[in-house]
Design a protein around this ligand. Sequence first.
Ligand SMILES: *[C@@H]1O[C@H](CO)[C@@H](O)[C@H](O)[C@H]1NC(C)=O
Ligand SMILES: *[C@@H]1O[C@H](CO)[C@@H](O)[C@H](O)[C@H]1NC(C)=O
Ligand SMILES: *[C@@H]1O[C@H](CO)[C@@H](O)[C@H](O)[C@H]1NC(C)=O
Ligand SMILES: *[C@@H]1O[C@H](CO)[C@@H](O)[C@H](O)[C@H]1NC(C)=O
Ligand SMILES: *[C@@H]1O[C@H](CO)[C@@H](O)[C@H](O)[C@H]1NC(C)=O
Ligand SMILES: *[C@@H]1O[C@H](CO)[C@@H](O)[C@H](O)[C@H]1NC(C)=O
Length: 745
Amino acid sequence: MEIGSMILLFSCVLFLLLSSCATLDTISTNQVIRDGDTIVSDDKMFELGFFSPERSKNWYVGIWYKKISTGTVVWVANRETTITDKSGMLELSRQGNQLICSGDNTVIWSSNLTVSAMNDNLVVVVQLLDTGNLVVWDRSTKNERVIWQSFDHPGNTFLPGMKIGKDLASGRERVIIPWKSADDPSPGPYLHWLDTNGYPQIFVRKGSVIRWRSGPWNGLKFQGWSIENPNPIYSIQFVMNEKEIYYKYDLKSSAVQRVLVLPDDVAVPLQWMDQIQEWVVHTIGAATDSCGGYGLCGPYASCNANRYPPCKCMAGFKPQVPDEWDRANGSSGCERKQDLDCMSGSGFKRISGIVFPDTRRSWYNHSMTLEECEMACRMKCNCTAYANSDIRNGGSGCLLWFDELMDTRENDDNQDLYIKLAASEFAGDSYARDKKDNNVQMEDLDELPSFSLNKLIKATDNFDINKKIGEGGFGPVYKCVMEDGQEVAIKRLSETSKQGLDEFKNEVICIAKLQHRNLVKLIGYCMHGNEMILIYEYMANKSLDTILFDETKSLMLDWPRRLNIIHGIARGILYLHQDSRLQIIHRDLKAGNILLDGDMNPKISDFGLARKFVGSDTAAMTRKVVGTYGYISPEYAVHGRFSVKSDVFSFGVLVLEILSVHGCIFTWLGSCNVSEVLRSIHVGLLCVQHHAHDRPTMLSVVLMLVSEGVLPQPKQPAFFTGQSDGEVQSVSSVDEDMITHLYAR
Ligand SMILES: *[C@@H]1O[C@H](CO)[C@@H](O)[C@H](O)[C@H]1NC(C)=O
Ligand SMILES: *[C@@H]1O[C@H](CO)[C@@H](O)[C@H](O)[C@H]1NC(C)=O
Ligand SMILES: *[C@@H]1O[C@H](CO)[C@@H](O)[C@H](O)[C@H]1NC(C)=O
Ligand SMILES: *[C@@H]1O[C@H](CO)[C@@H](O)[C@H](O)[C@H]1NC(C)=O
Ligand SMILES: *[C@@H]1O[C@H](CO)[C@@H](O)[C@H](O)[C@H]1NC(C)=O
Ligand SMILES: *[C@@H]1O[C@H](CO)[C@@H](O)[C@H](O)[C@H]1NC(C)=O
């Protein structure tokens, strides 16, 4: 490269007061820089002037390193329009306060300022900063204002502190466009940009064809980058707020670094080595998992360039055009083995070790938890997958995909993606069988039969005390035989009941719409004057507590029966939480509300306190904490906050009770399967963890109970004691020994 020779021009005379006639540290209005003159940054690291690349006859205004490696250009002004001789001039024009580069008396390039800068009263100065940023300042007011800066117009060099991304206020995008060739700074065919549609990702295109896509920012780096962050040399930052979305890097040491993007699109991070006076490649290029451009494998497939053929359908999907796939052409992608049907429920399959699918049409929320995210995806029919948006601190935030999952690549990133599949994909376990049962009743939701009071009075011999079989949540329960011979249980709202009309109605509305073999079935109701009566199917073995807490009867609950009860309750709750048309939180799960039929199958009852949720509303607050102490979760007891996780907690208590009540654990060990017992205890402990977000969802519970995989280690469980004034205190400590003891191997 040839730097304009230091010819003293007429203009120099005007600036004799400056330290050197040909090097300035600022340019003021009407000052002219000609070929041979330069301006220099304060620390003398960078210099601006005219240069001509080695095998070129053209002249350019550019910025290069001065102190080191003289001639390494980092920015070029007139990339597209060249000056063919040494007649070039760079000046700060009074009209419009712009930087203008001209040659042969024609304007070659200008900083193209916005109208607001065209003001006579401005005091405008051009300065080359120590960062390599050429800035046009307005110093007319106390606060200097940037009117224009070269960092807003990057070329082929990504310098520390430079922002690549979008200024949302002005709409200006800062992109990287490599040179056409080493001697020709004009824009080449490649373009690097931060795409701000959906959740931001980096893209590279050549012409109009996408050549590479990073995954989204995961809190530390863009997925697919081989760069470690944090690292000792530089910090990488991604910023997303109302004003701007960008990424940048800053050096942590005094090292001199730049990232050069070569004409063939290879990004090379370079570091200046003083000892050998050379630029050395600092790390290997950022993008290493290329799969030959964008979407090589089509939707719902993942690509691995090291495999042949590189494409593979995701679990639950099959090739769309098998013939093509057989010929190692996966570009048509994959389709579902089982169609998604919003009404009949769905599950999620976790996949890891991938760069996430394209997020340009995704939705995100940084404050949601993974559970909230799952629920949000479940609630939206067209949601196809979800994931945490940030991997830090064990994961946070929510990303949802709504369309085909495109351009998924396999790599070492261990961020989990959860893909929505039809519930029937999880076949093989009893969960899937339950699904089938459910579908039928979902569609015929006829009005619940109403019974006349007379009929009921007759059936119960006027509510004869001898027909009373128990006391339910809001009144006595009678057993009787209807005219058609059907045995039923009748629950009558008593006048002295703590619960009232609201709970009664709630129960009717809630349970009328639910049908599952682990939920007690409501046959009808009766409302007449002050009388409010519910008619249920009859449960021969009453409630679980009457058996569990009876030393003699509990002997009849051998291990297979106990396990069946645990599984049944879990499936019943899962149905309430996830599979029914409404999402229902029971809020009062306890042994007394689990009824047993003649075959000892469990059925959940008493929906007086249940709450329905529609849409993505999955947690709520209440001032009135209701439920049963001992079964209610700490966040609900203390803060009145309830969610599906409060039910999970109660379920955990139930499981532990079923396993250990009265220290009977040894009395039924004869029939037991130790690995199943331990697994159930483990799941129980996971459910009673202190923090709601640590507890598994009911789907996980059901899957954990039937699978044989390794379970996560439970954290500290919660214990609390009821106080006489109804206040409940959370005592979040428990002897570690106790857990280990319970879970002895
Ligand atoms: C100046 O900027 C405007 C708006 O960004 C653009 O439309 C125009 O083409 C630019 N002019 C030149 C000479 O670059
Ligand atoms: C792969 O199949 C697609 C059609 O799905 C076709 O357009 C494409 O040309 C095929 N590619 C090759 C290399 O045969
Ligand atoms: C994001 O999620 C949080 C927590 O669920 C919620 O409070 C907030 O309103 C959500 N924000 C948006 C924009 O949806
Ligand atoms: C998803 O479906 C909802 C309506 O159910 C619709 O409003 C929304 O636009 C859809 N989103 C996408 C990305 O298709
Ligand atoms: C459960 O009900 C069945 C059928 O009525 C009965 O044979 C059995 O003894 C009952 N079991 C208990 C523990 O009461
Ligand atoms: C115990 O239960 C597990 C899981 O259900 C099963 O694989 C195993 O065969 C059972 N062992 C015995 C001794 O029944």
